[in-house]
Ligand binder design. Structure first.
Ligand code: MIG
Length: 754
């Protein structure tokens, strides 16, 4: 096979929004999206159509450039791009000329057949974070990865690839930060100095354009803001989806579903969501109900609703081949399915038996799929779980011949899951009117945050998987996915009671809090672990419900800025070696205020790295100085959770579900610090899209230690809070004589008399 290296520049000119550069081998186009975002698209023999499943922004119409003997120069207010002429190389610098990322001088971009790879200089202290759902360490230096969405049954803490493709990483070196997003849905590769004698990092794909976006903002939060500006941010999720979710493969009948729901209410363990996995269907046919075991789904739904439960039902892409089955007949009549090149519909085996697979890349197919959800929405289902959309069929390897219209499997496999989630989201949004659907998908590509939450597939009930799961969630968070979860307890295997308790306590601080288990495993509900453990689990779930006002405000922050809920410490402390130390790499901030240190269920104390600042243990108010490693107790009743000094955390009293009105009291917890602090409180109806037109309740809450007052800004938005009173709860203030503990929510200033 011939290896070609992009040679010398032969000419360049502005063409529309792009600067087009002709090289001896191939052609490159440069676009500017913002002062901190530059796109390079290099092609050899062809250009892909300029479309993207991920990007929702457009380049600026034109920009200035000039040239010297050696370079073409493009400057933005934040970045300098130097394009080497002989040979063609792309080098990025900060505005004041510090190198951010440069092509390897020898190789740059290369082709072998249709495979395109770019080799880049590796800096001695360079670290890498990102790529979303990837196993391994937080610091990805020395590791290499493949993106090829896979039904990764029984994956281990080393398996690669898993279910999702997020070809976005962040480089950290010399005190500088940059990001790179390779927007190419072919099988793709990233190597962070694993195989190059520490000389180069490299990335590329089996085919298509070398189409990447370079981000030069300084600071990981700014990079995340830019990346999610480019690829979109999530809408506010339904509040109920942030409550506790109980799942299982499967609750086998309506009676069992109702029995589980009733048990939550009887035992007063808060919960909002219950799931139907594949067995609710008739012969695994999507959009049907099993006539025996779920004979009256509407009656079941009515009972669930009366108990304030929401139901999430699973849907797989495989449509059973069976005449008379509506989805099959319609799909055949309209050629909605993936085909072989000769036009025959592709057939694969999955749960229903022989199946065809919808071509979700077509708009009319997405509309058809979306409209079919009436079978579920008409009776009140408002959560939709998209599984097996890698796409998966028995045997795993759908032939590369399979076509989705004018695209073939190798080209778009990595985007299939996103397009299914999109069809599900857009369709159910329409059917539910102004109500927010909850969509959960297993396979995904960059940009999925616009449509769906994700979970990390079929993990296993071990401590190692619990810690891995946290890293996956933290890593997904830095690729735009804020609404994420893992199967708590582990999908496969049976966790020990200790692990179940520990994992559940970590679930409190996971954006999506869902307990799920494989068929044939022991039952997993909170009351299956003995009386003492049940009480611990209950208390932790109650803690989740108390924290919902804080969590919901954090979702709003994510909706606005792309900042995830679960934040690796590398976001804020990007150049702190201890953050990447494998002993501490699983630690994360949950929102602005809480630091969580995951601990194995077998260890009753642990070392925790507290970054600079002061910290309080949430459970005891014990104060710690930061910038040190502390050893703390970690009994199963008390996961190590720390609050940053100078934090404001709004909480509520326990409710059994998010539908409950509650007592109308918002607790304002403040952990003392010498410096003033601020929290952006956000609330809306939790159900509709009215917030988009102003129906929200937003206030800045500030604490000023010098004046000993708490300020509430005037309310932005037209929504009325469901809380009428504020109750102050002070931590670390020493002896305080609160003049008053309860305040009307209308108050602008609250004085603390100490
Ligand atoms: O072939 O629907 O990851 O959560 O319970 C297995 C049954 C199919 C895989 C999902 C899992 C789900 C299961 N599904």
């Amino acid at each position: 096979m011939e290896t070609t290296i992009s040679g010398n520049i032969q000419g360049f000119k502005q063409q529309g929004e792009a600067l087009v550069i002709k090289a001896a081998e191939g052609e490159a186009r440069v676009y500017i999206y913002s002062p901190t975002i530059i796109r390079i698209c290099i092609s050899k023999n062809h250009h892909d159509a300029d479309t993207s499943f991920a990007v929702i922004q457009k380049p600026v119409p034109d920009f200035d450039f000039d040239e010297s003997a050696e370079f073409i120069r493009i400057n933005t207010s934040a970045l300098k791009l130097r394009i080497h002429k002989s040979p063609l190389r792309f080098n990025f610098y900060t505005a004041d000329g510090k190198p951010l990322s440069e092509d390897d001088e020898r190789f740059g971009t290369t082709w072998q057949g249709s495979r395109v790879i770019t080799y880049r200089k590796l800096y001695p202290d360079e670290r890498f974070i990102g790529l979303g759902e990837k196993t391994g360490n937080l610091d990805r230096r020395g590791s290499s990865y493949t993106n090829w969405n896979t039904d990764a049954v029984d994956y281990t803490p080393k398996t690669d690839p898993l279910y999702k493709t997020f070809p976005f990483f962040i480089g950290l070196h010399s005190g500088l930060t940059y990001g790179l997003f390779l927007d190419n849905t072919h099988k793709s590769y990233f190597d962070f100095g694993a195989t190059t004698d520490n000389q180069m990092s490299w990335f590329g794909a089996d085919s298509g354009d070398q189409n990447y976006y370079f981000f030069g903002a300084q600071g990981v939060p700014q990079l995340l803001a830019d990346y999610t500006w480019l690829t979109g941010r999530m809408e506010m999720p339904p509040l109920w989806s942030l409550g506790y979710q109980q799942c299982r493969w499967s609750y086998m009948s309506a009676a069992e579903v109702l029995d589980i729901a009733k048990t939550f209410r009887k035992k007063q363990i808060p919960a909002d969501v219950i799931y139907c996995d594949i067995d609710y269907m008739e012969g695994f046919k999507i959009f049907t109900w099993n006539k025996k075991t779920f004979a009256k789904p509407k009656a079941m739904m009515d009972e669930l609703k009366a108990m304030n439960f929401h139901l999430v039902t699973i849907v797989d892409p495989g449509i059973k081949i069976e005449e008379g089955y509506q989805q099959y007949d319609e799909g055949i009549a309209n050629n909605y399915f993936a085909t072989y090149p000769n036009g025959e519909n592709y057939t694969g085996y999955v749960w229903p038996g022989r199946c065809h697979f919808p071509n979700f890349f077509r708009e009319d197919v997405r509309e058809w799929w979306g409209a079919a959800f009436t079978a579920l929405t008409d009776i009140g289902v408002d959560g939709f779980w998209n599984d097996m959309n890698e796409p998966a069929a028995w045997g795993q390897n759908m032939p590369w011949l399979v076509q989705f219209g004018d695209k073939d499997m190798p080209e778009v496999r990595n985007a299939y899951g996103t397009q299914m989630a999109r069809a599900t989201y857009e369709g159910t949004c329409k059917l539910l009117g102004n109500k927010r659907p909850f969509v959960l998908t297993r396979a995904a590509y960059a940009g999925t945050q616009r449509y769906s939450a994700v979970w990390t597939g079929d993990n296993t009930g071990t401590d190692e998987h619990m810690l891995l799961g946290q890293r996956l969630v933290n890593s997904l968070g830095i690729t735009g996915m804020a609404f994420t979860g893992v199967d708590i307890g582990g999908f496969s295997g049976n966790p020990t009671p200790e692990l179940m308790v520990r994992w559940n306590s970590l679930g409190v601080y996971t954006p999506m809090f869902r307990n799920h288990a494989i068929q044939g495993s022991k039952m997993r509900e909170p009351w299956k672990w003995g009386e003492a453990n049940e009480q611990i689990i209950k208390k932790d779930i109650e803690q989740r419900y108390k924290l919902l006002p804080y969590i919901y405000s954090a979702f709003y922050q994510s909706h606005l800025t792309g900042m995830p809920l679960s934040r690796t410490l590398a976001i804020e402390h990007s150049f702190d070696d201890l953050v990447f130390d494998t002993r501490f790499q699983n630690q994360f901030m949950f929102g602005d205020a809480l630091l969580i240190a995951p601990v194995e269920s077998t260890r009753m104390n642990t070392d925790v790295y507290l970054p600079p600042g002061s910290w309080y243990r949430l459970s005891t108010n014990e104060k710690f100085n930061g910038d040190q490693i502390v050893n703390v107790d970690a009994p199963l009743t008390d996961l190590p959770v720390f609050v940053k000094a100078g934090s404001i955390v709004p909480m509520q009293h326990i409710v059994q579900s998010t539908a409950e009105q509650g007592d109308g009291i918002l607790e304002l917890h403040i952990w003392h610090n010498e410096e003033p602090c601020l929290f952006t409180y956000y609330e809306d109806d939790g159900l509709s899209y009215d917030y988009q037109t102003g129906a929200f309740y937003k206030r800045e809450i500030g604490f000023e230690p010098i004046n000993r007052v708490i300020h509430l800004s005037s309310v932005e938005g037209t929504f009325s809070s469901k809380y009428g009173k504020i109750q102050l709860v002070l931590h670390g203030f020493g002896k305080v004589n609160l003049k008053q503990e309860m305040f009307d929510l209308e108050n602008g200033v609250m004085e603390i008399g100490y």
